[in-house]
Unconditional design. Structure first.
Length: 245
């Protein structure tokens, strides 16, 4: 009887019981959710901090510094930048800057109608890309930009957005920020820029490696005149009040 009992007990525990994959999947899912929430919390903290602290060097500047062996960059606070520079940048890059919440839907519809040959990126979107993300085309970057842009618009003032934009934008190869650009091209500080000089700087913003503010092509000269006119227009019709008022 005892021998039979031992045989039956060995048979009942003959092999290991297979583990269900569900606990492992739940564990992985919890860690993935925690990681996602951690990333969201980090970006939320950075958005809040950079609303009053100046952002450090960004990914693109580091890449250019490694490629060129160094870059020129110098921060200028808002009150150290000529007011006409802000108006010129808005006239050149985002005339409805004061009217939207981060995305210019009219510009997006126009870009779609033209088959994507026209840019629709606002100054707010460019700030998010330059400060928090990386350059290049990918669905991940666009998705993150789409989430972060309204957050920046909600927390930052329009003046702060434009101030950061003017300090992180590239104006020539390896020349970042309006202070470095003003010295590089004209030998003056950002607060001393004339309307013509400010418009020249704004004219090179979409293509800083292909255009020059000190040796302007006929295209840059024509664009400069249009920007000067646009800067006067947005000052007159109130579209500069959100960052100058």
């Amino acid at each position: 009887m005892a021998r039979q009992a031992r045989k039956s007990s060995r048979k009942s525990g003959a092999g290991p019981v297979p583990l269900s994959p569900r606990p492992l999947l739940r564990r992985v899912g919890r860690w993935a959710l925690r990681g996602l929430l951690g990333i969201c919390a980090l970006f939320a903290l950075l958005v809040i901090l950079f609303s009053f602290l100046n952002p450090p060097v960004n990914i693109y500047q580091l890449q250019e510094s490694a490629r060129l062996g160094g870059v020129q960059r110098e921060w200028a606070d808002w009150d150290q930048i000529a007011p006409v520079m802000g108006r010129s940048a808005v006239a050149a890059e985002d005339a409805n800057f004061c009217l939207h919440w981060g995305f210019d839907m009219a510009a997006i519809r126009a870009a779609v109608a033209e088959g994507g040959n026209r840019g629709a990126s606002t100054i707010s979107q460019q700030v998010v890309k330059n400060v928090f993300l990386w350059h290049g085309r990918s669905w991940l970057r666009k998705a993150m930009e789409g989430v972060l842009t309204p957050a920046v618009e909600l927390v930052w003032s329009k003046q702060r957005i434009l101030e950061v934009y003017l300090n992180v934008a590239e104006f020539d190869e390896g020349v970042f920020g309006v202070q470095a650009a003003a010295r590089h091209y004209f030998g003056v500080d950002a607060g001393e820029l004339s309307p013509l000089q400010a418009a020249r700087l704004a004219a090179v913003l979409p293509d800083p490696k292909g255009r020059s503010a000190s040796k302007p092509s006929s295209f840059v000269r024509n664009r400069t005149r249009a920007i000067m006119s646009g800067a006067e227009t947005i000052a007159a019709d109130g579209r500069a009040l959100c960052f100058e008022g």
